[in-house]
Structures are given as C-alpha cells and as structure tokens.
Design a protein around this ligand. Sequence first.
Ligand code: A3P
Length: 332
Amino acid sequence: MSTSQTSPQIPPKYLREDLLSDECKKLLLTLPKEKGWLASHIYNYQGFWIAPRHLQGVIACQQQFQAHDSDIILVTTPKSGTTWLKALLFALVNRMKYSIFEQNHPLLAKNPHDLVPFLELKLYVDGGAPNFSSFTSPRLLSTHLPYASLPKSVQDSRTKLIYLCRNPRDTFISMWHFTNNLKLDHTNTNSIEEMFDFFCKGVSLYGPFWNHVLDYWTKSIEKPDKVIFLMYEKIKEQPKIQLKRLAEFLECPFSIEEENYGVVNEIQRMCSFENLSKLEVNTNGKLSSGEKNKAFFRKGEVGDWKNYFTIEMSEKLNYIIEQKFQGYELKF
Ligand code: A3P
C-alpha cells in the first residue's frame, strides 16, 4: 500500500485563529477590522489595533492580572527592541543572583522572551490564569498594551514601567520584515507600499504608533517614579549612561566596585546583538507560540529604513511625524 499521502501542515500556534474562545470570536465580529500584517485581519479594540490571537490574552490579563508593587513591566510597541531590553533588564535586576561573568548565565541558554514573558502574548494568551509560583520578586514581565488598556492593578499599584521607543521609520521596516518572515512558507507576503500606507494610517500592531508613544511619554513626565522612557537609538549611542539610568530608576544602582569590576560593560556585551544573535538558543530555538527565536534578531541597526524608503515615503512619514509630535520634546 502506498504511504505517499502527506498530512496537511499544522500552522504554528501564532497563526491559529481556530484556537480562540467563542467569547473572543463573538467579540471580534463586533470590532472594526482591516487587513492584517500577519493574521488575515487586525481589529480595533479600545482604540488600538490588535491581531485576533492576542486579543484573547489582552482580555484575560485585563480581567485577571493582579500587579504587585514590586513588579517591573517592560512596555514596547512591537519591533522597537523588546528582545534587547528584556535581556538588559534581566541581567541588570538579577546580577546578584546570576553573576554576569558566569558561564551558565540564564541568558546564554534561554531566549529573553522566555525570561521576561509577555502578559498577553504568553502568560494569558490562552485565556486561562497563569501560574506565577515559579516567579521570584521582583517579577519581570512585559506587554505591548497602550497605557489606558493596561490592567487596572498595574495603573493603580507602584509597579514600575519601562517604556522603550524606537524611531518609527526603523520600527516600520522591522515590523514589515518580521511579519512577512513569520508567514507560513513565506507565502502571501505583504508589499512594503501597502503596509507603509497602513502604518501611516495608524493601522499597525498595537498602533497607532504615535498614540502609543505619546501616552507613555506624557506619563513618564507626569509620574517619573513610575514610568521611565528609553529610546533604542540612545541605548545604542550611550549604552553605559542609559543602563545606569535604568538601574537608578529601578532603585538598584551600580556601585563603584561593580563599575570598576566591569559589570556594566559586561552586561552590555552579553546583551549585544552580536553576542545574543549567535547563541545556539537564538539561532535554533523556538518560542512556545512557535516563532523561531532567530526571527527576533535581524540587523539590530539604526537607520536601516534608508535602504528601503523612497523619497515619497520619507516625505509622507516626515510630515506625519511633524504633525503628531508637534509640541512634544520628542524628535525622530
Ligand atoms: P531590526 O529588524 O531592525 O533588525 P523586538 O525585540 O521588539 O521584536 O524588536 C526586534 C528588533 O530589535 C529587530 O530590529 C532586531 O534585530 C533588534 N534587536 C534584537 N536584539 C537586539 C540587540 N541585542 N541589540 C540591538 N537590537 C536588537
């Protein structure tokens, strides 16, 4: 008997819209939608755009997550350097527990997304309550949620929020590559022109980009003890200064001895693109949701957008940036 029949390929979890609860499927029917970057559609929920599989996690974490005053939550828009900052944050906060010079440091064996999990994309993604018993204090967590949509307990507690922002031009290019790369067999990829128009209209993952950034920027000024605003480009430019700034915000500043001993430099080296991207776990590993770890390490550079933007694209986004950020001290 012939066994040549091949079984249909099961898509990775991050593409499985059939795994949604009935409640979530019902809600989706009521939300405005647009063409998706990765899933077939993207939905507008509470004023921001979200992929269907993540909506279920958002609702569950909004309803169930109980923040602790000692929690530290990293917030980003997708593709603004989350993986990098997760690594830096983990190394920084846990430096007494795991010496950065140790051969068996967790960052050498685990992807940063497994060390600092996303609330809505990992812990609550299936709609159920996660088990936090293995977490030690302070709990290091992350999210892409806009400020107004954070679980209420996060807003009401003394939980610290670290916001990482990246130039929208590079964020767009990174998002376009990433979502095309995650498509099954790299088929049905989206053209740069089409996705650029969506990005400019604010229709991007957790977008509009400008609303996300400006909400956290404003909060970082109103509540400087609760929210710190970091920029990808500044960390690239002055890594030591920014790392020390973050350590002070988290109330775990580096001692003179640590600095003299090279701890700050070693954290930087350990978390560099060059180092992390070459590790076995990040070249061959996968997240529990199915994404290949290597998809989170592309170029890690500032200004790659210049290799892709036409003059028209530059002018269009310059104009939008000027309009949206007018009156704020943020320059891109
Ligand atoms: P590029 O696509 O421009 O290379 P996120 O982690 O939020 O998904 O963002 C991914 C972007 O951060 C990718 O940008 C990726 O290459 C870059 N990146 C990942 N690790 C980095 C690191 N250690 N240092 C600098 N950039 C990094």
